[in-house]
Design a binder for this molecule. Structure first.
Ligand code: S0N
Length: 271
C-alpha cells in the first residue's frame, strides 16, 4: 500500500514522498498537463529538493489523470519570444528543467500515463527510464505548432531510436502507441493502466537496493558522452567527491593546516 505524503504544496504540481521515492506530478489535466512557466519553476524547485534531501533515492515524474503525461508547452501562454510567466518575461525555462533531470545524481523515471507529446515527449526522453501504460501515446508535434527542440529532444532521442526514426518522428509529427514505442527502444516497459504505478514503484524499490554512489557514477558516465565539457565537468565533480573521501586527499589538507610537508608516499599506487 503506497501512502504518498506531500513534501511541499505548489499551484501546478503535486510533490509527494513515500519510502525514499518522490513523485513530481504535473496537475493541469484540463490541458493534458501542458506546462506553463510557473509549472516549470515549481518542478525545478521540487527537483532541487530531491537533489538535496538525503532520504530521497529516486524520482518519478508523471501527470495527473489517466489521459496525459504531458502535452508540452502551454500554447495558450506562448508569446513572441517564448512562454510568458506572471512577470511578463518570455522564457523557455523547460530547458532548465531538462538540465536538472540530467544533473541530479539519482535515477529519474518517467511514468507515462497517456499522451507524451511535444515538450512532454522530450520530458520523458530526458528521464533515465520510461515506464508507460498501454494507452500511452508518444510523439513530437513541434513542426505542427511552430516549434522544435534541437537539443535533447532530437540528438538524445536519436541515441535511443536512431536518426531515421527521429527524423520520421519530427518531420511527420506522427503519434506512436506504447507498443510501437517499446519496439523502437524509446521506452523501457509497457504495462496495463492499472499496474503502472505498482510497476514503477517496484522498479524504484529494486533501484533502492543498489549502491547510490554506483548509480550516481554510471548516470554521470552515460551523460558525459553526450553532454561534452558540461558532462565531463559533472563526472569530474563526482571523481573529486570520491577523491575527497580518500585518505590520500585528506592527508594533503591536513598537512597544509598542520604546516608540514604532506606524506603521500604511504599510499598505495593502484595499477
Ligand atoms: C495532446 C493532444 C494530442 C490531445 O488531443 P485531444 O484528446 O483531441 O484533446 P484536445 O481537444 O486537443 O485538448 C483538450 C484541451 O487541452 C488543450 N491543450 C492540449 N494540449 C495543450 C497545450 N500543449 N497547450 C495548451 N493547451 C493544450 C486543448 O487546447 C484543449 O483545450 P480547450 O478544450 O480549451 O480547447 C492534443 O491536445 C495536442 O496535440 N496538443 C498540443 C501538443 C503540442 O503541440 N504541444 C506543444 C509542443 N511544443 C512544445 O511542447 C514546446 C516545448 C518547449 O517549450 C520547447 C522546448 C525546447 C525547444 C523549443 C521549445 C519550443 O517552445 O519551441
Amino acid at each position: 500500500m503506497v501512502n504518498w505524503k506531500s513534501i511541499k504544496k505548489y499551484e501546478d504540481i503535486f510533490f509527494l514522498f513515500w519510502e525514499g521515492i518522490s513523485k513530481i506530478e504535473i496537475n493541469r489535466p484540463w490541458c493534458h498537463n501542458a506546462f506553463r512557466v510557473e509549472t516549470v519553476k515549481e518542478m525545478i524547485d521540487a527537483m532541487k529538493i530531491c537533489k538535496n534531501r538525503n532520504d530521497i533515492d529516486v524520482v518519478i515524474i508523471t501527470g495527473t489523470g489517466d489521459k496525459s503525461f504531458c502535452s508540452g508547452g502551454d500554447q495558450k501562454t506562448r508569446s513572441y519570444g517564448g512562454y510568458l510567466g506572471k512577470d511578463g518575461i518570455p522564457v523557455l525555462n523547460i530547458l532548465d528543467f531538462y538540465k536538472k533531470i540530467r544533473e541530479i545524481p539519482k535515477p529519474v523515471i518517467a511514468m507515462v500515463n497517456g499522451y507524451a507529446i511535444g515538450g512532454g515527449h522530450v520530458l520523458h526522453v530526458v528521464c533515465d527510464l520510461t515506464i508507460a501504460s498501454d494507452n500511452a501515446i508518444f510523439g513530437q508535434s513541434g513542426p505542427k505548432v511552430g516549434s522544435f527542440d534541437g537539443g535533447f529532444g532530437s540528438s538524445y532521442l536519436a541515441r535511443h531510436i536512431g536518426q531515421k526514426k527521429t527524423r520520421e518522428m519530427w518531420f511527420l509529427c506522427k503519434e506512436y502507441s506504447a507498443k510501437e514505442a517499446f519496439n523502437m527502444g524509446l521506452i523501457n516497459k509497457v504495462v496495463t493502466k492499472n499496474s503502472l504505478e505498482k510497476t514503477t514503484i517496484k522498479w524504484c524499490k529494486t533501484i533502492q537496493k543498489r549502491s547510490p554512489m554506483a548509480l550516481r557514477m554510471i548516470k554521470r558516465c552515460l551523460n558525459a558522452e553526450l553532454d561534452g565539457q558540461h558532462g565531463l565537468m559533472q563526472l569530474a565533480g563526482d571523481a573529486t567527491l570520491m577523491f575527497y573521501l580518500m585518505e590520500e586527499s585528506q592527508e594533503g589538507k591536513k598537512a597544509f593546516l598542520e604546516k608540514r610537508i604532506p606524506n603521500f608516499k604511504k599510499f598505495q599506487k593502484f595499477l
